[in-house]
Design a protein around this ligand. Structure first.
Ligand SMILES: Nc1nc2c(ncn2[C@@H]2O[C@H](COP(=O)(O)OP(=O)(O)O)[C@@H](O)[C@H]2O)c(=O)[nH]1
Ligand SMILES: [Mg+2]
Length: 530
């Protein structure tokens, strides 16, 4: 038997808060106790017999009777056992408590007051280890005496009692003859049947019944309750599933004449079981299997449910995500189209303005005949024209609702004035080289037509000097302006709104997928023994 799947599952649960939240603390403690017990190597593992039942059902009395030593655990009418008492075999009576994985000795004088809770040991220690020289505890047999269930002291004692069952290989359930068949007793029987390879029902206080008929009725009822339970009886040399001792030997009375016989029979059979290695091994194996299967049976549906729930969320998230993606793409496309249209319109308009303005400018430049004032005048004209052009673009963009005119004006003005435009100076232009005869004629012709003459073999002229200036205007401010305008629209377009959609889908989907994988892994582990 290996504790592998359960420990592995517990590691997964501990590591994942979503899985952790699917279980109660009680459940996890149960799994942990069982996993720990399964992990113990056989060579050091005690054979644990838990004595359980409601309080005052005679558990401690039964243990005292079985120990058969001068040492007695305290018993009483009121619930007296306030701690789980672990009773081991040893050479002499000793007492210890466990703290931080270590056992610390306590004086045996305090045993009674500690068990009865009159004396407080250490905060948070609810277990006392008592060593008793008793024959029945040989072979690493350990008895666990529990405070018991249905105690008015409340949940803590019940929790301790239940945890002792999770630890144990075998159980003895004590039940008063007057309580037999009550709902709680039936439930506890079922619980023991689910958890242990073998358990016995010991009906106590038979002497409290008035008639032999009552005794027979109780015995019949006990048989009915144990039918199909406490199974695997075949491993025993005798059947110890149903016994009806009167535990308190002092209380033997005429009303239950078979008492002594039953007690002896129970003791003998239990002794035989506990001293037989192969029977112990078979009971333990069965208990381990049952306890593990119970845990896995409980765990499996939790993870199936978790996986289903995550799958549903995953499906929803995936469709939401693809809708969001589609929406986002659509929005981006329409937005893009809208901007592309606006931008095209705006660019055309800007070009048109530029052309008109620059056309006027060119015409004016063409009117300038005086080369000495030409450059200054052309620059001044160009600058005033560009300023007017910027104003036009701003007005246009405001009208189109692309941006506030201020923004455009600021952008264009700022950059324009930083790059104040200057029309380049006039240059003389070499025309062509001619021979002396032709040069003479040309000189005469020039003279006749009042044109300049430079006689170095080349002809230079200022004729058409307006042309390069107009070209410079067209190649300078106009493309610059259009570039600014385009860049401005580009910036506007780049900061286009694409947010406002839930963007966490991818991570959420990944989380769900991981959890589903984890559930699948756990479910594979649970298949192991179910
Ligand atoms: N008359 C009678 N009294 C019993 C019997 N078994 C236990 N008692 C008494 O019932 C009281 C409670 O017993 P105890 O062993 O402390 O119960 P526990 O709480 O289950 O451990 C004690 O006073 C016992 O002496 C029994 O079979 N018949
Ligand atoms: Mg007790």
């Amino acid at each position: 038997m290996t504790a592998q799947p359960l420990s592995e599952i517990l590691r997964i649960i501990d590591a994942n808060p979503v899985c952790r939240a699917m279980f109660t603390d009680e459940q996890l403690t149960k799994y942990r106790i069982i996993a720990d017990r399964l992990a113990l190597p056989d060579s050091v593992r005690p054979f644990r017999v838990v004595f359980c039942g409601v309080f005052s059902s005679g558990k401690t009395s039964l243990i005292n009777s079985l120990l058969n030593t001068p040492f007695h655990l305290p018993e009483g009418v009121n619930p007296v056992t306030k701690m789980v008492t672990r009773i081991r075999g040893g050479r002499q009576v000793a007492c210890a408590y466990r703290l931080g994985g270590r056992e610390n000795a306590v004086s045996t004088d305090y045993i009674e007051s500690l068990i009865m809770g009159q004396k407080q040991l250490v905060y948070d220690t609810h277990e006392l280890i008592i060593t008793v020289p008793s024959e029945i505890l040989q072979n690493r047999v350990e008895f666990l005496d529990t405070p018991g269930f249905n105690d008015e002291m409340g949940g803590d004692l019940e929790r301790m009692s239940r945890e002792a069952i999770y630890e144990s290989d075998m159980a003895v359930m004590c039940c008063s003859a007057l309580q037999l068949g009550k709902i709680f007793e039936r439930q506890l029987l079922q619980e023991l049947d689910d958890l242990t390879g073998h358990f016995s029902l010991v009906v106590t206080r038979m002497d409290n019944l008035n008639t032999v008929e009552d005794c027979d009725a109780v015995i019949r009822q006990a048989n009915r309750l144990m039918k199909d339970k406490g199974n695997d009886a075949a491993v025993f040399p005798g059947d110890i599933s149903f016994v009806f001792p009167v535990v308190n030997r002092n209380a033997l009375s005429d009303s239950y004449p078979d008492a002594e016989k039953h007690i002896k029979a129970f003791e003998n059979t239990l002794r035989a079981v506990l001293s037989d290695e192969s029977i112990r091994r078979r009971i333990r194996q069965k208990s381990d299997e049952k306890a593990l299967a119970l845990c896995l049976r409980e765990i499996e549906p939790v993870f199936t449910q978790l996986a289903q729930q995550q799958q549903a969320e995953l499906t929803e998230l995936t469709s939401k995500n693809s809708a969001a993606v589609r929406q986002r793409e659509w929005n981006a496309r329409t937005e893009q189209n809208r901007f592309a249209d606006k931008r095209r319109e705006a660019s055309y308009a800007a070009q048109q303005f530029a052309r008109q303005r620059m056309g006027t400018l060119s015409a004016q430049i063409m009117q300038l005949h005086d080369p000495s004032t030409f450059q200054l005048e052309a620059t001044r004209l160009t600058n005033s024209m560009v300023a007017a052009l910027i104003g036009d673009i701003a007005a246009y963009s405001a009208q189109q609702g692309i941006a506030s005119s201020d923004t455009v004006v600021n952008i264009l003005n700022g950059e324009y004035f930083a790059l104040h435009f200057t029309v380049p100076p006039l240059v003389k232009k070499p025309v062509r080289r001619r021979g002396p005869i032709k040069r003479l004629f040309v000189t005469l012709f020039r003279f006749a037509t009042f044109r300049f003459q430079i006689d170095d073999g080349c002809e230079m002229e200022y004729a058409g000097y307006q042309e390069p200036a107009v070209q410079a205007v067209w190649n300078g401010p106009v493309p610059w302006l259009l570039r600014q305008w385009d860049a401005y629209l580009e910036r506007l377009h780049g900061s286009m709104r694409t947010d406002g959609f839930y963007g966490g889908y991818e991570q959420a989907i990944r989380d769900r997928q991981n959890l589903i994988d984890l559930c699948e892994k756990v479910r594979q582990l649970t298949v192991y023994r179910i």
